[in-house]
Design a protein around this ligand. Structure first.
Ligand code: COA
Length: 164
């Protein structure tokens, strides 16, 4: 699970503080929801979303990003579908292949779990992330027009997926 100096591993409990810090600054109006404030929570991991639900990327041993990978459905008929419910890289480490390495690791993990499909949602305005997903083989499965009103502008939610 490597790309250049980037390595990816499963998260462990002791990653909590650095992931909370990364998450606090990673999102803006084009990628997330400004109403979700960093002060809303004081831990990154929750009981429902612990280390097992996350892959973390490191450069030279420093954690610089994460990807949250979860079952999309809580019932067996949907068991082959995994959801990427968040990918974030600290601003100073962007453009070095960290996001790409995390997506490669998610693909490998999905295959390891026998999943047939990875899904995710992205704001239509998040052009950088959309380019990255497209390069990794994700295609638009659905468009949800004017799904969110963010800072005075209606934006579409795009549902993307990749078959493994
Ligand atoms: C989207 C995000 C996760 C991408 O992470 P990243 O580490 O910058 O991704 P990568 O470096 O793999 O790819 C980004 C760009 O760097 C380029 N790149 C990839 N590897 C590179 C390398 N080794 N050297 C230089 N550039 C590289 C890619 O070609 C890509 O260029 P593009 O913008 O023209 O498409 C990151 O920007 C982020 O955290 N954004 C805020 C949160 C967010 O939007 N998350 C997604 C929500 S759906």
């Amino acid at each position: 699970m490597t790309e250049n100096r980037v390595t990816v591993r499963r998260a462990v409990e002791s990653d909590d503080a650095v992931l909370l810090a990364i998450d606090s600054f990673a999102w803006d109006a084009s990628s997330g929801f400004p109403s979700f404030g960093a002060a809303d929570h004081d831990t990154f991991f929750t009981e429902a979303r612990g280390p097992d639900a996350h892959l973390v990327a490191e450069i030279d041993g420093n954690v610089v990003g994460y990807l949250r990978l979860e079952n999309k459905y809580p019932f067996e008929e949907g068991a082959g579908v995994l959801a990427i419910n968040g990918v974030a890289v600290t601003a100073s480490a962007r453009g070095q292949g960290v996001g790409s390495a995390l997506l490669d690791a998610a693909t490998a993990e999905g295959k390891r779990r026998g999943a047939r499909k990875l899904t995710l949602n992205v704001h239509s305005t998040n052009l950088g992330a959309r380019r990255l997903y497209e390069r990794h083989g994700y295609v638009i499965e659905g468009t949800h027009p004017q799904e969110f009103l963010i800072e005075g502008n209606y934006i579409d939610k795009l549902s993307l997926a990749k078959f493994l």
